[in-house]
Design a protein around this ligand. Structure first.
Ligand code: ADP
Ligand code: MG
Length: 245
C-alpha cells in the first residue's frame, strides 16, 4: 500500500495555563490521510478542529505524538527547516479577507505573486492563464476589475480564496497538501457551493490532498471522508460514498 500523505500518531496538544487550568485541546488523535483524499473535520466549537489542522500544517507543535508528511517527520525539525518544508509542501487555502481596498479584485489576487512572496519564478503567460482559469471557476470573471467595496461578501471571500490558489494554478501543481479552516465560513450556500466545487475539482483533477475544517454538513457532503471530533478526540470517522452536492 502506498504511504499515506499525512500520518498523525497519538497526537496530544495541551495549552499550558498560567492563571487558568491547562487545556487539553487534542487528546490522543491518530489519523492517516492517503494522497488525493478530500477530508473534512467536523465537531462542535472548541473540540480541537483548528488546533489539529494547525498541527497537520506544522504551524503548531504537538505536545506529544508524531506528525509525518509525505514520509518526512516534522517533529524535531528546526524552525527554519520547518518553514521551508511548509512553503514547499503545504498550502493554506483559508485567508482572512484582508483585501486591499485600493486594488481591484484581480490585482488583489496577483499581489502575493507580484510582490515576490513566493520563492518560485513564474512565467507571466502562465500566471495570466492561471488567473483567467481561476476567475472563471470561481465565477469572478465579470467582477475582476471591481474594487472590494463593490463586491458582495461572498465575492470578496472568493477573491481571497483565488489569491491563495493562484500559485497552484499558475504552476499547475499536482499532489500538494492543502489545508482550509472554514473556507466557506458565513457564506450562503450558493457561494459555499462555488468554493466547495473548486476544492473538489482540485482533488479530482490534480490529486491534491485536502483537509477542510467545517461546521457545515453541506460542505462535508463534498468530501470523501468525514472525521468528527469531540473533546479533542475522534468521535467518528466515516467514508462518504457519494461526495458532491
Ligand atoms: P475548534 O476549532 O474546534 O473550535 P480549537 O482547536 O480552536 O477548537 O480549540 C480547542 C480548545 O483549545 C478550546 O478549548 C480552545 O479554547 C483552546 N485553545 C485554542 N487555542 C488556544 C491557545 N492558543 N491557547 C490556549 N487555549 C487554546
Ligand atoms: Mg476553529
Amino acid at each position: 500500500m502506498a504511504t499515506p500523505h499525512v500520518i498523525l500518531n497519538d497526537i496530544k496538544k495541551i495549552y499550558k495555563g498560567t492563571a487558568s487550568a491547562d487545556v487539553v485541546a487534542v487528546n490522543g488523535i491518530s489519523l492517516e490521510i492517503p494522497h488525493g483524499q478530500f477530508l473534512s473535520i467536523m465537531g462542535p466549537s472548541g473540540s480541537g478542529k483548528s488546533t489539529l489542522l494547525h498541527i497537520i500544517g506544522g504551524l503548531t507543535n504537538a505536545t506529544e505524538g508524531t506528525v509525518t508528511i509525505d514520509g518526512t517527520l516534522l517533529n524535531g525539525m528546526s524552525d527554519r527547516k520547518l518553514t521551508l518544508f511548509r512553503r514547499k509542501n503545504i498550502g493554506v487555502v483559508f485567508q482572512a479577507f484582508n483585501l486591499i481596498s485600493t486594488l481591484t479584485a484581480e490585482e488583489n489576487i496577483m499581489l502575493p505573486i507580484l510582490a515576490g512572496y513566493q520563492d518560485k519564478e513564474i512565467d507571466n503567460t502562465k500566471l495570466h492563464k492561471g488567473l483567467d482559469e481561476l476567475l472563471g471557476r470561481l465565477q469572478l470573471t465579470s467582477r475582476r476589475r471591481h474594487y472590494p467595496d463593490a463586491l458582495s461578501g461572498g465575492e470578496q471571500q472568493r477573491v481571497a480564496i483565488a489569491r491563495a490558489l493562484l500559485l497552484d494554478f499558475a504552476t499547475n501543481t499536482h499532489g500538494s497538501l492543502l489545508l482550509a479552516d472554514e473556507p466557506t465560513g458565513n457564506l450562503d450556500s450558493a457561494n459555499g457551493d462555488i468554493i466547495c466545487k473548486l476544492l473538489r475539482q482540485l482533488c479530482d483533477e490534480r490529486h491534491h490532498t485536502m483537509v477542510v475544517v467545517t461546521h457545515e454538513p453541506s460542505v462535508a457532503a463534498w468530501t470523501d471522508r468525514i472525521v468528527t471530533l469531540k473533546d479533542g478526540a475522534i468521535l467518528s470517522d466515516l467514508p462518504n460514498a457519494k461526495p458532491g452536492k
